[in-house]
Design a binder for this molecule. Structure first.
Ligand SMILES: [Fe+2]
Length: 299
């Protein structure tokens, strides 16, 4: 056997480089590096990448890193607009048609939501259309999950999260960590979410502009619901009839997560909820899978 088949060539590039990882002790790391090399080399060959394009890509990724800090995660945005975040989320949290479907975490869950009492108002800036949000957390057989933790966050009526506007919005505006009651029910006051653009003043915005894509996400409210003995779900509820539901910049929309937010004109109910009349209501029931259930197959 000569040495030539171990040397790099255009034809055998992926094979030769993959072979260099053959001695990786951790089998999963070996699988990841080998598959990465195979697909990366196939990509470069398919498009016959030029040196200028390679240089642009290096500079793009470098700027993506420089754009990221404690309040901005440009790499997550990049993963989001390429659909990778949704794919990873979906593969790892198959709902089997039983549980509430998951969607992307997004880049704005970077501060802990403050614990709040059921019924509290998370809209500290007073902007937007008042909305009563409520729902019930159940298990796969419809059994209530008492004491489930319901972590919620949303953008304000100007389309920004609190962490994007320090000094403009009150700290922890539109965030709350609620504990469901003994029947698995939760409720809180907020405002109807509004659509917003993902931050597009960095490399990811440059990518969207160059490819004639818009940066908008349809109106949504983020949830992470968890309880001992159950698999947590990271998801959103989307507002029906709003713009961008069928062209979410990060591909997060699933039909099962869209809800109407009907108006209620009832002074007694408004007074009971602590909201001005009329107000809107959003109902989002959440079904969790048990921790020990086997992962359902792709549906
Ligand atoms: Fe969001």
């Amino acid at each position: 056997m000569g040495t030539s088949q171990h040397l790099f060539s255009e034809e055998r590039s992926a094979e030769v480089v993959a072979a260099s990882f053959a001695g990786t002790p951790d089998p999963r790391l070996r699988q990841l590096t080998t598959a990465l090399v195979k697909h990366l080399h196939a990509f470069v060959k398919e498009v016959e990448l030029t040196e200028a394009e390679w240089g642009y890509a290096i500079d793009f990724l470098t700027r993506t890193g420089h754009m990221s800090d404690g309040a901005r995660q440009e790499f997550i945005l990049l993963s989001d607009v390429l659909g990778v975040s949704m794919l990873v989320e979906t593969i790892n949290h198959r709902s089997g048609g039983v549980a509430t479907e998951s969607t992307v975490l997004g880049p704005f869950h970077m501060v802990e939501s403050p614990p709040r009492a059921l019924g509290e108002n998370i809209a500290l800036d007073g902007k937007g259309t008042p909305c009563l949000v409520s729902g019930r957390v159940t298990g796969p057989d419809g059994e209530p999950v008492p004491g489930a933790q319901v972590d919620v966050w949303q953008a304000n009526d100007d389309g920004f999260y609190d962490v994007q506007q320090p000094g403009v919005q009150p700290e922890r505006n539109l965030r709350g960590l609620f504990t469901a009651d003994g029947d698995g029910r939760f409720r809180f006051r907020s405002v109807v979410p509004r659509y917003y653009p993902i931050p597009d003043d960095g490399p990811v915005g440059e990518l969207l502009a160059a490819t004639a894509r818009h940066p908008y996400r349809p109106a949504h409210l983020h949830f992470i619901v968890s309880a001992p003995g159950y698999r947590p779900v990271t998801t959103h509820v989307f507002v029906a009839d709003g713009p961008y539901l069928d062209s979410d910049a990060v591909f997060g929309v699933k039909d099962s997560l869209v809800r109407d937010v009907p108006e209620v004109d009832d002074p007694a109910r408004a007074a009971e909820a602590g909201l001005p009349n009329p107000f809107r209501t959003l109902t989002f029931d959440v079904a969790l899978l048990r921790e020990d259930s086997t992962a359902p197959a792709p549906s």
